[in-house]
Design a protein around this ligand. Structure first.
Ligand code: NAD
Ligand code: MG
Length: 398
């Protein structure tokens, strides 16, 4: 029997890499449901090739999809729509594994629905966990969901932790002899840019990552180091560890994907070529291992591994994220919402690169923090933070 997979965000970079792995293992996995927000043409091609039973799109795209499916002679797929459709497929009784690969806050409810339905949830959508934190982790425990990290760093950390680490009680202190997590960062395309040079970098330069090929939003986040900030928060929740036990290390080659240090002086690292297919395959098959097309690391060709301390003067987003994690409660949601708005504005050339962090800082200072008691409250705060950030951007533009 194959395991049935639902891919939330199938047309994205992670979605495509997931399909690549599933294609190599038809004996193990089948595609039950796929979802997309745009690129409906791509989605129709995916439907033709993988024959999912259910597909989810925005209501505004149904006509376009139906037309394409007819052309491709795909007539046996059920079309669901909008957030309700996403939540339905994520929690569907026929689904065993959910790949959470929608970008941003839009993925929160479907990811949480998968967790509450007790699925094996492969978490790429870090923003969902940044926003919901303890609520998502508690839901995973309550519903016996297996929340496995796909983000390459967290997947690396997971591989370097003791086997039963996720099952033990979570108190903020490292457990089982672990003393520290070293979260590696490539440093992005502007690692060696001066503050002055950073003022005028363009969206096209920002989305050109030196080592990874990814969606636009995460590429900009990698350039500002907000991605590492979000990952710091993600790591604290996933591994139940306070932020002061997590050190960010800039490692420009992206060969070591993160490390775990132990009280006896050991440091374990997970290494590999930078290809998301490795962490995806790991999370799919864990605790087993499956083949991928990713070539094994050739250490003779890897000339050097360098490690640098991050510069929070040129990349203040990292500092803001750490402060938000320290403040706790709704602060990470405020940070994330403001960042999503600021990145979108930067991509539309409404604000400059350095103003992304300014928008986030302003929003953190102008939206009231508090205890995150429910998802409804988190979503209200997300909306408010988006308004505050958007208003501030209008001011910056003039
Ligand atoms: P992407 O932009 O390439 O794809 C995003 C997917 O989400 C697309 O299928 C899109 O249709 C869908 N989507 C976008 N907005 C939506 C909305 N409002 N409602 C429903 N669906 C929507 O992004 P990506 O690079 O694949 O990243 C996906 C997630 O994985 C992000 O959270 C990112 O941080 C994380 N991640 C990505 C990488 C990577 O290498 N790309 C690595 C680690 C983590
Ligand atoms: Mg990452």
């Amino acid at each position: 029997m194959t395991q049935s997979v639902c891919i939330l965000g199938v047309t994205g970079s992670i979605g495509q890499s997931t399909l690549k792995i599933l294609e190599q293992h038809p004996d193990k996995y089948s595609v039950f449901a796929v979802t997309a927000y745009s690129r409906i043409q791509n989605l129709a091609v995916i439907c033709k090739q993988y024959r999912p039973k259910v597909v989810v799109v925005p209501s505004s795209k149904v006509d376009e999809l139906q037309l394409l499916l007819k052309q491709y002679q795909v007539d046996d797929v059920e079309i669901l729509t909008d957030e309700e459709g996403l939540v339905n497929v994520a929690a569907h009784s026929s689904v065993d594994i959910v790949m959470a690969a929608i970008v941003g806050a839009a993925g929160l409810l479907p990811t949480l629905a998968a967790v509450k339905a007790g699925k094996r949830v492969l978490l790429a959508n870090k923003e969902a966990l940044v926003m919901s934190g303890d609520i998502m982790i508690q839901a995973a425990k309550d519903h016996q969901a297996l929340l496995l990290p796909v983000d390459s760093e967290h997947n690396a950390i997971f591989q370097c932790l003791p086997q039963n680490y996720l099952q033990i009680d979570r108190q903020g202190e490292p457990q089982l002899g672990v003393s520290r997590i070293l979260l590696t960062a490539s440093g992005g395309p502007f690692l060696n840019h001066s503050l002055d040079e950073l003022k005028s970098v363009t969206p096209a330069q920002a989305v050109k990552h030196p080592n990874w090929s990814m969606g636009q939003k995460i590429s900009v986040d990698s350039a500002t180091l907000m991605n590492k900030g979000l990952e710091l928060i993600e790591a604290c929740h996933l591994f139940s560890i306070s932020e002061h036990f997590v050190t960010v290390v800039v490692h420009p080659q992206s060969i070591i994907h993160s490390m775990v240090q132990y009280v006896d002086g050991s440091t374990l690292a997970q290494m590999g070529n930078p290809d998301m297919c490795t962490p995806i395959a790991h999370a799919l098959a864990w605790p087993e291992r499956i083949h991928t097309h990713v070539p094994a690391l050739d250490l003779f060709a890897t000339q050097q591994l360098n490690f640098i301390e991050p510069d929070v003067v040129r990349f203040p987003a990292l500092k803001l994220a750490r402060q938000a994690m320290k403040a706790g409660g709704l602060a990470p949601s405020i940070l994330n919402a403001a960042n999503e708005i600021a990145v979108a504005a930067f991509l539309k050339q409404q604000i400059g690169f350095l103003q992304i962090a300014q928008v986030v800082e302003h929003t953190l200072n102008h939206v009231q923090n508090g205890v995150a008691e429910s998802i409804a409250q988190i979503l209200d705060t997300d909306r408010l933070a988006r308004q505050v950030a958007s208003t501030y951007i209008l001011r910056l533009e003039h």
